[in-house]
Ligand binder design. Sequence first.
Ligand SMILES: NC(=O)c1ccc[n+]([C@@H]2O[C@H](COP(=O)([O-])OP(=O)(O)OC[C@H]3O[C@@H](n4cnc5c(N)ncnc54)[C@H](OP(=O)(O)O)[C@@H]3O)[C@@H](O)[C@H]2O)c1
Length: 345
Amino acid sequence: MGNRQLCLARRPEGALHVDDFDVVETPVRRLADGEVLVRNTWLSIDPSLRIRLHARTPDGYLPPLAIGEPLAGLALGEVVDSRSPDFAVGELVSHTLGYRDLAILDGDAGTFGGYGAPTRIVPHGFPAQWFLGPLGSSGLTAYVGVTEILRVAPDDTVWVSAAAGAVGSLVAQLARQRGATVIGSAGRPSKVDHLLVAFGLDAAFDHRARPLTESLEECAPEGITMYFDSVGGGHLTAALDALRSGGRIAVCGAISGYDAGAPVPGPHNLFQLVSKSIRMEGYRAGSFNHLSPAMQEEVGDHLAAGRIRFDERVFDGLESAPAAMVAMLHGDHIGKTLVALGERN
Ligand SMILES: NC(=O)c1ccc[n+]([C@@H]2O[C@H](COP(=O)([O-])OP(=O)(O)OC[C@H]3O[C@@H](n4cnc5c(N)ncnc54)[C@H](OP(=O)(O)O)[C@@H]3O)[C@@H](O)[C@H]2O)c1
């Protein structure tokens, strides 16, 4: 039996290209004691992979992938063989060995900054792939940002960047559920409409249409109290200008710099952290795994009741994963980008 895996063919320079990857087939070895063979059914397409395609990664982050190395990514699959007492054939498992048809998991299967250890999933009536999205990594990242880092309250005015994406759409809607005034930004007019109509945000703007400071002044004439940052660069600079004294910034990601081969200079106006007593805090969801049950309960309740919605763009087949990555980084779609392998379950 062969196993198709997506491997790094060459280091991308600038924007990712589908030719930066190859599908390579390798034989599947026998399982050792404690190991589990999983047939992957869903792959999560996440921006963080782009960081690992550079020859160097930031201190404290996951190591770079080598040329020829199979990609890693969050995934869901079905156990098809097991020599572990912890997982039985037929069970659904989430793990970090995506971008391949078959994954062999052992007791030490890796995590991404603490997130993604092999976990049995019982969907309780929700679509299985939501355990990669609103009830999985995207949900935990958003929930931690709202409840632990920003601590959103009803009198807050929150700007959420990349608000039509997987994490941002959940942050915006969870903040809205807490009674805050929420401003979302996204990269094209159809997304802005979606933020206003589908998510019911208080205001929204296209970050490509006008200078960010103009859009923020229009949406929040009194300034904002919080900024959820997925983008960095000019977005972070504009947030510092728009924040009121005592404001807060949650640094979740910095996608505007992920294509850059070298570190990107920081904002010129960082001194406003001092002059306006602003607290800025970066975090990784994997440091907050203990909050997954609380997140699943709260987000699951909102989803089941229709109070928040979650959009997906699904690509089919392992060969489509490079195109899915390119589209996600380029902002082509609304919501979470996924790849389904085989029949969708
Ligand atoms: N800290 C953590 O633990 C953690 C966990 C998961 C994800 N993250 C981070 O969270 C962020 C969102 O991840 P996601 O999975 O939810 O992806 P996503 O938002 O679904 O997709 C990425 C989005 O980024 C936007 N974007 C791309 N280039 C941009 C640019 N130059 N300027 C402004 N926006 C740009 C695009 O939206 P537009 O069309 O609107 O521009 C695109 O849709 C990323 O920064 C990611 O690294 C962090």
